[in-house]
Design a protein around this ligand. Structure first.
Ligand SMILES: CC(C)(COP(=O)(O)OP(=O)(O)OC[C@H]1O[C@@H](n2cnc3c(N)ncnc32)[C@H](O)[C@@H]1OP(=O)(O)O)[C@@H](O)C(=O)NCCC(=O)NCCS
Length: 396
């Protein structure tokens, strides 16, 4: 039931956030829809509530999450199911991940947490805090019966409310930096003439991305890089498996937006760009914000061969620069305000300097703070962990 003020629908006063009567439970299908209705105020953006709920249901049916999504609600245990008031809510998604340690890579499962919400009338009463406290006790063993490790070594979330709130429950902030490049019109003439040095790049379809960004060999190579890195330092390394399903989830989101916001416009087929000769490729998606100024073309994932000579290094950076320019043009075509990509490697930083020397690396303080809760110490993996491949593809 939707309560409008500080009481339940039957007029009884709301409980305090630390009441022993509060429990965190999976929502029923009807409660899941109700939770979406409530949080639509925060996240529907330019969609109406009904379309927003349809979008969320569409995303929930994607391969990446369809069997592994739980919608959680904080409720008072004394209220009967079907009539209980949602005090706070969130979602968790089980994800495949890699753990590299001492020269070995293990397939593990983790949970991503998203859509943490409390309706405006109930805020400041400690409900979101209580929910996170309850979740921190439950999430690691949730839905892990079929796994070799019955308790996840870690879970992740992306905070939009800074670095402190989630840290108090163990989700600590990790590197959260990005570059934001402006869109570029097709006819734009670059004053520093750098485009003359850029190779031609290929625009990638979804199928091209599948074969060039996340085919089996590329994933095997990434795993091998993690394994080699884990032999150099004792700190364990984790990565969310950068599989094709992640990209498909992001594309389902953009395609739903395009269908809803621009009826009649073809769904975008350009899903990335690459230079086969240099072995550099990326996948992207378009994100439509509440206002056009928030529209962002996100580069979800970069893959490239580590160069082994100065000549190869130059070729790699030039290819990255050309791909960035291609992304800027795509952003222009789709009325995106920026091209953004997360936690760039030193080579990508050099490519950005080539494309636009005025653009500086941003260290986010509030939005999309990559946060991770590590339990590895109790399994003998030590107190700290390194988050590798910390790019936008893993966002949830
Ligand atoms: C964030 C949110 C879930 C907090 O819910 P809540 O029930 O009011 O939170 P609680 O009462 O349990 O906790 C309040 C604490 O959270 C902090 N907090 C709440 N909103 C915050 C924000 N926007 N930025 C930073 N901290 C915030 C408060 O400072 C307070 O801290 P204190 O106890 O140290 O004073 C709620 O404001 C909300 O739904 N916001 C809109 C959606 C959203 O941004 N969700 C988070 C996505 S990552």
């Amino acid at each position: 039931m939707i309560a409008a003020d500080n009481t339940y629908t039957n007029g009884v006063a709301l409980p305090p956030g630390d009441s022993p009567e509060l429990i965190l439970v999976p929502a029923t299908p009807a409660e899941k829809i109700e939770a979406l209705k409530l949080n639509s105020i925060a996240w529907k953006g330019r969609l109406d509530t009904e379309t927003y709920i349809a979008r969320e249901n569409h995303l929930h049916s994607q391969q990446l999450v369809k069997d592994d999504l739980t919608s959680w609600i904080l409720v008072d245990r004394s209220e009967p199911e079907g009539e209980r008031t949602i005090l706070s809510s969130c979602e968790t998604y089980k994800k495949k991940a890699w753990l590299a340690h001492n020269g070995r890579v293990e397939d593990v499962s983790t949970h991503g947490i998203g859509s943490v919400y409390c309706r405006p009338q109930f805020r400041g009463k400690g409900y979101a805090k209580r929910m996170m406290e309850e979740l921190s006790k439950k999430v690691d063993t949730w839905n892990m019966e079929s796994e070799s490790r019955k308790k996840a070594l870690f879970s992740i979330l992306y905070s939009d409310i800074g670095k402190n709130f989630y840290a108090q429950f163990g989700w600590k902030p990790f590197l959260s930096s990005h570059f934001a490049l402006p869109p570029v019109a097709e006819e734009h003439n670059v004053s520093n003439g750098v485009e003359a040095t850029m190779p031609q790049v290929k625009t990638l379809t979804a199928e091209d991305v599948r074969t060039r960004v996340c085919n089996k060999q590329i994933l095997a190579k990434e795993r091998e890089s993690l394994r080699l890195a884990s032999m150099k330092t004792p700190t364990p390394k984790i990565a969310i498996a950068p599989d094709y399903n992640h990209l498909r989830w992001h594309w389902a989101r953009e395609e739903f937006f395009v269908k809803s916001l621009f009826p009649g416009r073809e769904a975008p087929t350009a899903k990335g760009a690459g230079d086969d000769a240099a072995g550099v490729h990326c996948a992207w998606n378009r994100n439509f914000g509440s206002v056009p100024e928030e529209n962002t073309l996100y580069i979800l994932r970069w893959v490239y061969e580590e160069p082994t000579s100065p000549e190869e290094t130059k070729q790699t950076i030039q290819a990255m620069a050309a791909i960035l320019r291609r992304a800027q043009r795509e952003a222009h075509e789709w009325d995106m305000s920026t091209v953004e990509f997360w936690n760039p490697t030193p080579l990508l930083q050099q490519a950005v300097a080539m494309v636009d020397p005025n653009v500086e690396l941003v260290h986010r303080q509030k939005d999309s703070i990559a946060s991770l809760r590590w339990n590895g110490a109790e399994s003998g993996f030590g107190e700290t962990v390194e988050w590798c491949l910390n790019e936008k593809y893993a966002w949830c």
